[in-house]
Design a protein around this ligand. Structure first.
Ligand code: SAM
Ligand code: ZN
Ligand code: ZN
Ligand code: ZN
Ligand code: ZN
Length: 334
């Protein structure tokens, strides 16, 4: 397959994947050494702070996570009778697919207590910070200009309450899946989410280049786009070595739609291992998010050079984000 301009995060670089290329940037890391997907078990749901659904609905699932989140992850369709896709299974953590071998390179500090506490020996010298601290006292990002976030690992000597542990505690803000009018399923907040707060992680099956290329072309034909390229690209080709495929195994993140004015920003996070090929892709709020506001991130598609966004070729997808600065197209054939 010839190389084409990638339409998502790799704008400006060459990508050999099919017409509908992948989300993707940053670097990569697997959070599980098992090659078996960890699908949700049937333990009882934990308490939720979200309110019951209002109005009528045509289809509802009380908790698609089946008790595996700190709140029931409801899915509600008030637009039509379509349920969530049956060939989609909720998983908590990414898992390596065939022939993907995670490199276990843990980060480890010898700090005592809280690495962020200036009164203990961690101070600014904690080896896990990789130059800088990431979080404030409330566990929110100090700013949004990071591209990578390093957290203390299970190997670290510091305490479990070390402030260098935020993402690893899991999402704390209840979300809900809902059917949108013109973008398929989407995700919305069921509580207010302050700016710079950890929201969720893009999880799925971690696959290699060849497999991603093969699946990418198949998915393109079916109009599916749930591939997220990880950062450690092959230097020769600039193609991601690894990709997260959330088509059949994933969590709420694979339902997050694109906006040209998004309220989430993605970061590459390193926790259990600092294998640059396998960051965890995590989303933080980049502004205050209201109750029932839809969560969005920028797929970062750029219209190929020489195309002025006029006309409508088969396979083009119009952007329905509704923002004032909407770029009009989510995907446009080059
Ligand atoms: C990663 S999926 C998001 C979840 C998807 N809505 C679903 O029902 O599974 C990406 C797809 O959602 C739709 N989509 C996402 N953002 C959109 C937007 N701003 N405008 C139109 N369609 C959008 C497109 O069909 C796109 O290929
Ligand atoms: Zn620590
Ligand atoms: Zn430390
Ligand atoms: Zn540490
Ligand atoms: Zn838009």
């Amino acid at each position: 397959m010839g190389q084409i301009e990638c339409k998502y995060f790799k704008a400006g670089k060459k990508c050999k994947f099919g017409d509908k290329c992948h989300f993707g940037h940053g670097k990569n890391q697997s959070s599980s050494s098992s090659s078996t997907p960890q699908t949700a078990t049937s333990s009882p749901p934990l308490t939720s702070t979200s309110s019951p659904p209002q109005g009528t609905f045509n289809w509802v699932s009380k908790d698609i996570s089946k008790g595996n989140l700190s709140y029931p992850l409801r899915a509600i369709n008030q637009c039509d009778d379509q349920p969530l896709p049956e060939d989609f299974k909720f998983i908590e953590k990414s898992f390596p697919g065939d022939n993907v071998i995670p490199r276990e390179i843990p980060l480890k500090c010898d700090c005592i207590g809280d690495c962020y506490d200036t009164n203990n020996m961690g101070q600014d010298n904690c080896s896990c910070f990789q130059k800088e601290k990431y979080y404030d006292d409330k566990g929110r990002l100090l700013h949004l200009n990071f591209t990578e976030i390093y957290e203390c690992s299970p190997e670290c000597n510091c305490s479990e309450s070390c402030r260098g542990r935020v993402i690893q505690k899991g999402p704390q803000h209840p979300l809900e899946l809902f059917k949108t009018k013109d973008k398929g399923w989407g995700v919305r907040a069921k509580v207010e989410i302050p700016a710079r707060t950890y929201v969720c992680e893009y999880v799925g099956e971690i696959i290699g280049q060849e497999e991603a290329e093969k699946r990418g072309s198949e998915y393109d034909k079916k109009g599916l786009s749930y591939l997220f390229d990880l950062g450690g690209s092959n230097e020769r080709t600039s193609i991601a070595e690894l990709t997260i495929d959330a088509t059949h195994f994933g969590n709420e993140s694979r339902f997050i739609n694109h906006s040209c004015d998004p309220n989430l920003t993605s970061f590459s996070a390193f926790i259990e291992t600092i294998d640059e090929r396998m960051p965890r892709i995590v989303f933080f709020s980049n502004k205050f998010i209201k109750i029932n506001e839809e969560l969005t991130f920028d797929y970062k598609y750029t219209i190929p050079l020489g195309h002025d966004a006029s006309g409508n070729a088969p396979g083009d997808i119009k952007c329905n984000c509704g923002s004032k600065n909407c770029r009009k197209w989510l995907w446009k054939a080059g």
